[in-house]
Design a protein. Structure first.
Length: 300
């Protein structure tokens, strides 16, 4: 019988992950495919209860949640805290109305930036987990994904950030443009990736100029889908590095994300002369949620 004193929740667009916690100790973890994108507003509490109901006793259990559950189309919209600021302030969490009195749900706020306009939601918890483990870090965090976040960290605060839609652009081009006939779901070839990323990192115009030649090379030169995927990924990530140059040049960069994608960013950044290091972000969400729960527990 698992009896947590709080429950950690990472609720993204496609996945829901929960951990039964005793302070910082994980008692059990579970997941489902009931992400925010598949639920209407009335579906969130039942989806959560499906995973955690047998962890609940007779008293309310604090549930600390992050991610797209707090989006405008989520369970309830959580605020965006303006930067510069610390990555988390659990005292400003949003508390949705629940039917089951055993649930005491706190949805953590995201972060915002006015100039240029930008927002992030979910990544702030990974950032908080990283800072909890590396309190003296000064530099840049790169969080690749569908939307890649570049985050400037100084004195335990998020000073500013910038979002690039590189992953989404890659998905659209490889699956919905003429390049779908060349690339499809192929995995990127590393030599092609490194060559193209080096070209685009010094000349961002290469990203646009080099797209149709990928289709032509498949027709005329027998370029494989893997080679095409490598070059497309390299052109897009290299162009991103060119635009993000002020965010990483002369700074220490930690890349946090899924291992395969993070490895591509790490190699492209190292090739471009950056001081870049890769880190698995899987445990950082839980570290950030634990820091938030600890802060709530300390509150009188």
């Amino acid at each position: 019988m698992v009896s947590p004193n709080w429950i950690a929740v990472d609720w993204g667009t496609t996945r829901l992950r929960v951990w039964a916690m005793n302070d910082s100790e994980v008692l059990e973890n579970r997941s489902s495919d009931k992400g925010m994108g598949s639920l209407d507003r009335d579906g969130f509490e039942p989806a959560l209860l499906e995973l955690v109901e047998d962890w609940l006793g007779d008293r309310p259990v604090p549930v600390i949640a992050c991610g797209m559950v707090g989006a405008r189309t989520g369970w309830v919209e959580a605020e965006y805290r303006p930067t510069p600021c610390t990555p988390l302030d659990p005292l400003r969490a949003t508390r949705p109305v629940v039917r089951d009195p055993r649930l005491d749900v706190h949805i953590l706020p995201g972060l915002s930036q006015i100039d240029p306009p930008d927002v992030l939601r979910g990544e702030e918890t990974q950032i908080a987990g990283f800072i909890a483990q590396n309190p003296d870090f000064q530099g840049t965090l790169c969080l690749p994904g569908t939307h890649c976040k570049w985050v400037i960290i100084s004195n335990g605060q998020v000073e500013g950030f910038h979002t690039f839609m590189t992953g989404e652009v890659y998905a659209l081009l490889s699956r919905q443009s003429v390049l779908r006939l060349t690339i499809g779901d192929a995995k990127p070839d590393l030599p092609g990736f490194l060559e193209a990323s080096a070209q685009a990192a010094t000349n961002a115009d290469m990203a646009a100029a080099g797209l149709f030649p990928l289709r032509a090379a498949a027709l005329l030169n027998g370029m494989t889908p893997e080679q095409g995927a490598g070059r497309l990924s390299g052109l897009l990530i290299g162009s991103e590095l060119a635009a993000a140059h002020p965010l990483w040049h002369g700074r220490r960069v930690i890349i946090i994300g899924a291992p395969e994608l993070s490895a591509l960013y790490a190699q492209a950044l190292t090739q471009a002369g950056a001081d870049a290091h890769q880190m698995d972000g899987g445990e950082l969400v839980l570290a950030g949620l634990t820091a938030a729960a600890s802060a709530l527990t300390r509150t009188p």
